[in-house]
Design a protein around this ligand. Structure first.
Ligand code: DGL
Length: 256
């Protein structure tokens, strides 16, 4: 039994989509969420800078006594996951996988759309994943330009959000994509808008966060790291920004 918390980190609010799934899968576990906030968005920063920010964040969660860390940010995973695992070994660190594999297995049209940040799309992780699972399948990738800003600004339910999403998915829809993979943890907050935009086209939206939560469960079990099942869970929210941002993290986490 191990009652230390699980750390979950993202550039901002996006990783809360993973936090929600981890909480659902492991209702007794204590969770410490770190939403950088000060340096968000990461998506168009140079790789080295994202790697440095990710290192700082994981270091902070280690200092909080976390037994495991989830890098709930595709951009930070793509930039730094290997180096983080080496530096913080034997701490288990779970990263985000672009869910290209399930989408390639499920597509009927043979065309899969992927939305992610610019930095994730030009990284090795995405290129390797697309090459590995996408043979014989057309993978149409597009950056979700403006998506992170919409979520960080609480503007998901606006006309601006609908226009921005429509523009980003236009090409993949025109090419016949029947799967749209969300390769950034901020994007699931835009699922209601996305659903409206693709309505009637038979398009499946693929959110990898439930699979990441399953991986967390697997690793906890493999390492004998589960907490006492009778515990009241504790949820903490940290940020490199200010107190107002910390309150926003907390409110967004509980859907308020
Ligand atoms: N939520 C992050 C991701 O999954 C990063 C978004 C950003 O800061 O640009 O890629």
């Amino acid at each position: 039994m191990d009652n230390r918390p699980i750390g979950i980190y993202d550039s901002g609010l996006g990783g809360l989509t993973v936090w929600r799934e981890v909480r659902r899968a492991l209702p007794c576990e204590a969770l410490v969420y770190l939403g950088d906030g000060k340096n968000c968005p990461y998506g168009s920063r140079p790789r080295e800078e994202v790697a440095r920010l990710a290192d700082e964040a994981v270091g902070r969660l280690v200092a909080e006594g976390c037994k495991m860390v989830v890098v709930a940010c595709n951009t930070a995973t793509a930039a730094a996951i290997g180096a983080l695992r080496v530096k913080y070994a034997p701490l288990p660190i779970v990263g985000m996988e672009p869910a290209v594999k399930p989408a390639c297995l499920a597509t009927r049209s043979g065309v899969v759309g992927v939305l992610a940040t610019e930095r994730s799309l030009d990284g090795d992780l995405f290129r390797r994943t697309a090459a590995r699972y996408g043979s014989g399948i057309e993978v149409v990738a597009a950056p979700g330009r403006g998506f992170v800003e919409l979520v960080e600004g609480d503007r998901e339910a606006t006309d601006e959000a609908e226009r921005t999403v429509r523009l980003a998915v236009a090409e993949m829809l025109a090419r016949g994509a029947d799967q749209i993979v969300l390769g950034c943890t901020h994007y699931p907050f835009l699922i209601p808008v996305l659903r409206r935009v693709v309505a009637g086209r038979g398009v499946e939206i693929v959110d990898p966060s439930p699979a990441v939560a399953r991986r967390v469960v697997q690793l906890l079990d493999a390492g004998g790291l589960r907490c006492d099942p009778d515990r009241e869970p504790r949820y903490d929210f940290l940020t490199f920004a200010d107190e107002a941002y910390q309150l926003r993290l907390e409110r967004k986490a509980f859907g308020r």
